[in-house]
Design a protein. Structure first.
Length: 127
């Protein structure tokens, strides 16, 4: 039986309320955790802490606000709200959210850069 989100019974939330991406992710690197090395998975990854090295996922990679990633990152899709230094490759899309800071090259079929995102690098959309 899957765990129940803490706010499932909160006012304004129905029984079928959608859980956040963080809650549904298979691999979560929590705030306060630092990993140095290579992470490889066939599933989703959410980074809320610090990663140095390399991240490779077949599914989505989410870098939350406050997270720090110093690594090359590849995945099915990437959503970046934190700080990332390294090259980014996605099969589907890369979303640089407001408040994110990315230094490195981005390669994906679709790229969005929100107002308030900081980006220094090149974009290659010829995937």
């Amino acid at each position: 039986m899957p765990p129940t989100p803490k706010n499932a019974g909160a006012p304004g939330r129905g029984a079928n309320a959608r859980m956040t991406e963080t809650f549904m992710a298979s691999t979560v690197i929590g705030a306060g955790i630092t990993i140095e090395g290579e992470i490889t998975t066939d599933e989703d990854v959410v980074v809320a802490g610090t990663v140095r090295g390399k991240v490779t996922a077949k599914e989505a990679v989410t870098i939350e606000a406050g997270a720090t990633v110093e690594a090359d990152v590849s995945g099915g899709s990437l959503a970046i709200a934190g700080s990332l230094t390294g090259n980014v490759t996605a099969v589907e899309r890369v979303d640089l959210q407001s408040g994110s800071r990315v230094i490195g090259n981005v390669k994906a079929a679709r790229v969005t850069i929100a107002d308030g995102a900081q980006f220094k690098g090149n974009v290659d959309m010829d995937v």
